[in-house]
Design a protein around this ligand. Structure first.
Ligand code: FES
Length: 146
């Protein structure tokens, strides 16, 4: 099957029920998306699929043929971090950082729809992302200021 990730076309020879997360991490060596729950509940594995923040652990890779997949690795442009990546650094919006790539992906999807979300809108949009270190106030600040 053929998939497009971060603007590059790839041909994969994997079973159709392989998860997109496994295809990214194992076959394409794009390890920024993390495995947390494996059930679509924690958000650590989120990627953008046609602009929607989606858990890649429960997404069969075959389902993203003819779609545009963007991972955390695809956000940087010309050596410059995406403004949300920079804001997470500036605001220290992580502790262990395991959740960060999924958090940033969800925030990118939110800002594409709503460039200036209020605090409550950010909280609601980030419901599908869990941070076990509980640095939520700094994450909200980063998304707010980006
Ligand atoms: Fe995919 Fe938790 S690992 S949502």
């Amino acid at each position: 099957m053929k998939i497009n990730v971060n603007g590059t076309d790839y041909t994969l020879n994997v079973p159709a029920n392989t998860s997109l997360l496994d295809a990214l991490r194992v076959n394409l060596n794009l390890t920024g998306s993390k495995y947390g729950c494996g059930e679509g509940a924690c958000g650590a594995c989120k990627v953008l699929i046609d602009g929607h923040a989606t858990p890649s652990c429960i997404t069969p890779v075959a389902s993203v043929e003819n779609k545009i997949v963007i991972t955390i690795e695809g956000l940087e442009k010309d050596g410059q971090l995406h403004p949300l990546q920079q804001a997470f650094l500036d605001e220290d919006a992580f502790q262990c950082a395991y959740c960060s790539s999924g958090m940033i992906i969800s925030a990118v999807a939110l800002k594409a729809k709503n460039p200036n979300p209020g605090r409550q809108e950010i909280i609601e949009a980030m419901q599908g992302n869990i941070c076990r270190c509980c640095v939520y106030p700094r994450i909200i600040n980063a998304i707010s200021k980006a």
